[in-house]
Design a protein around this ligand. Structure first.
Ligand code: ADP
Ligand code: MG
Length: 598
């Protein structure tokens, strides 16, 4: 009966942080005479085998909070640091996982009582304080509140908003159309949170306990710019996802044979996929790049959490468990989920965006600095050696000239980089011009009747066969239509008229080719910047090395100059002394002559 697990997991920065919270016994459990089943020792929890009294199922995590811990304590142990990282530009996610009534919502949302504020309240308060105290950055804070129920997104800040869709963008998956409100105070955030909670609960009564089957994601978006700058030349974007998940016990229900069919639409696909994703990643040692397939795309929740599981965000999972023996199996299943999650490695990074203009400017500066350094090195390497009798003992001239080819190489590299930057600048301007001036043409399929009007108005149509835009010659187009071919025209034309061709499913976007082209251009620009960056780094590295060598050589020369200087003084002293001796001899000689004469 007692399968024995022993897992000791050491905290590390790049793996997911996992924390456990054991809630206190509730009134019902106390009335039934239930006891705390789990024992706690530091960050290790275990149970005692009744028959033998020995420990079993030991689990160690980053942090474990016992029944007496307040949400403040839960927040201070790990979440607080994660919130700080968000303010520095990292994406972060904190989610609570556990069976229904284990305290997920209590931990995330808490109550209005100050002592029982939830993690969301504590996190936004901390975020706000850090952002307003910053002397280097100006922050804009926005919030949104999303719910996923039966694989449908609901906007909790505006339930009437039904135009939501998940879209893959550069920074991960975002929910397009979701109400995002720029906030001006912590109180405003808390008001919005309460409003969203009401919408979630109202949904619950109508949809049979939605809240334990739905996932609620409260998002705090931060945009930071260097203080005093209002333009978008350099912006850091980060988002903190605070996720209250559905009750995890559904997993067991859906696994039960025969139940699967019965539950049908009620199966929480998102939660099942989350478990599959965690398992798939743990199976390949937590590194998602090593996995053949991770089913992120199978559910809305995992699509949204994509970046948080093995991606570039900082992630904390708080698993809430009940203390009682009757839920032991559920608790064990939650702890095993936590153990797998702990294996996942993330690669957190700051999300910064430099405008192309600023990037070009920065590279130009960088190249100028490199050019100056090379010129300086060249001058140093060619400095004439001081004349010296002991020529052989001086640093060899050949040493110095050995740097010459290297210098020529750097000069070539620098001019190459210069060309790259100019090319980049030109292509960037080109791209900008194309995207800003030429709005992509949308096209609409049309029917033969509408062709008459096209001809009368001189509007171009797109010839699918020859892949080009042509004037409408009518006869040819009607021919195409008769043969079942399709002709399309710019949708602007459709919009201006009473829409004979503007039928829903027939409309398609012709901008996709162009967008793809722009995307490709941007990708090649990005590759170019990456190459350039590598070149600059390489150049800097070899130069740093050469800089050291040449400085050492010059140092040796200076030391030699010192020796020469000393030798010179010694010779001078000897000459002076000799001269003094000589002078004395001359005086003696004159005196002797004088004596003879006089
Ligand atoms: P879940 O969201 O996991 O289904 P809840 O957060 O709604 O569970 O918690 C169920 C009940 O237990 C609530 O009445 C809540 O107030 C209470 N509760 C949960 N955790 C704690 C705790 N740590 N301290 C006090 N009461 C708690
Ligand atoms: Mg709940």
């Amino acid at each position: 009966f007692f399968s024995d697990y022993r897992f000791a997991i050491m905290p590390s920065n790049d793996s997911l942080q996992v924390q456990i919270r054991i809630r206190p016994l509730n009134h019902k459990e106390e009335a039934q005479g239930c006891k705390n089943h789990w024992c706690l020792e530091d960050n290790c929890m275990y149970e005692i085998v009744p028959s033998s009294g020995r420990r079993a199922n030991e689990f160690t995590f980053d942090h474990i909070n016992g029944p007496e811990a307040s949400t403040h304590e839960v927040y201070d142990s790990v979440a607080q640091d994660i919130v700080k990282e968000t303010v520095s530009g990292f994406n972060a996610t904190i989610f609570v996982y556990g069976q229904t009534s284990s305290g997920k919502t209590f931990t995330m949302s808490g109550t209005d009582d100050e002592k029982q504020h939830g993690l969301i309240h504590l996190a936004v308060q901390d975020m706000w304080d850090l952002a307003s105290e910053s002397t280097e950055w100006d922050y804009t804070i926005k919030v949104s509140f999303l719910e996923i129920y039966n694989e449908k997104e609901r906007d909790l800040l505006d339930p009437s908003n039904t135009k939501l869709s998940l879209v893959q963008s550069f920074g991960g998956v975002t929910c397009v159309g979701l109400t995002t409100i720029t906030v001006t105070s912590v109180e405003e955030i808390i008001r919005l949170l309460a409003k969203g909670k009401v919408h979630r609960e109202t949904g619950a009564t109508g949809m049979n306990d939605t809240s334990s089957r739905s996932h609620a994601i409260f998002q705090v978006h931060l945009e930071s710019r260097p203080k005093g700058k209002t333009n978008d030349d350099y912006v850091r974007y980060s988002v903190l996802n605070l996720v209250d998940l559905a009750g995890s016990e559904r997993q067991r229900d859906t696994r039960a044979e025969g139940q699967r069919k019965l539950e049908g639409s009620m199966i929480n696909k998102s939660l099942l996929t989350l478990q599959k994703v965690i398992k798939a990643m743990a199976d390949c040692g937590g590194d998602r790049e090593k996995a053949v397939h991770i089913p992120f795309r199978e559910s809305k929740l995992t699509r949204i959490l994509d970046n948080s599981l093995g991606g570039d965000a900082k992630t904390l999972i708080i698993c809430t468990v009940t203390p009682v023996n009757i839920h032991r199996a559920e608790t064990l299943s939650v702890l095993q989920f936590a153990r797998l999650a702990k294996m996942i490695k993330n690669k957190p990074r700051v999300n910064e965006k430099l405008s192309d203009k600023l990037l070009i400017q920065q590279y130009k500066q960088e190249i100028d600095t490199l050019r100056q350094r090379v010129t300086k090195l060249e001058a140093m390497a060619h400095q004439p050696a001081p004349a010296c009798e002991k020529e052989n003992a001086m640093p060899k001239a050949s040493n110095v000239s050995a740097t010459a080819p290297q210098i020529a190489q750097w000069q070539a590299k620098i001019s190459n980089m210069d060309n790259m930057v100019s090319l980049y600048a030109r292509r960037f301007l080109d791209l900008k011009e194309r995207t800003e001036k030429k709005r992509p043409r949308r096209m609409t399929w049309i029917d033969a009747d509408s062709l008459f009007e096209l001809r009368d108005r001189g509007i171009e149509v797109y010839d699918e066969k020859n892949k080009q835009w042509t004037g409408c010659s009518l006869k040819r187009e009607i021919d195409v239509c008769r043969k079942g071919g399709r002709i399309s025209c710019p949708s602007r034309f459709g919009e201006q008229t009473s829409e004979p061709w503007g039928r829903g499913p027939q409309t398609r976007s012709a901008s996709s080719d162009k967008t793809e082209l722009q995307q490709r251009s941007r990708e090649s620009l990005e590759k170019m910047v990456a190459d350039l960056h590598k070149e600059v780094q390489d150049c800097k590295e070899t130069m740093r090395h050469a800089d050291g060598e040449i400085t050492k050589m010059l140092q040796e020369r200076l030391e030699w100059l010192d020796v020469l200087e000393q030798q010179k003084s010694a010779v001078q002293a000897a000459v002076t002394a000799a001269f003094q001796v000589h002078k004395q001899e001359r005086v003696d000689f004159v005196n002797r002559l004088k004596a003879v004469i006089w």
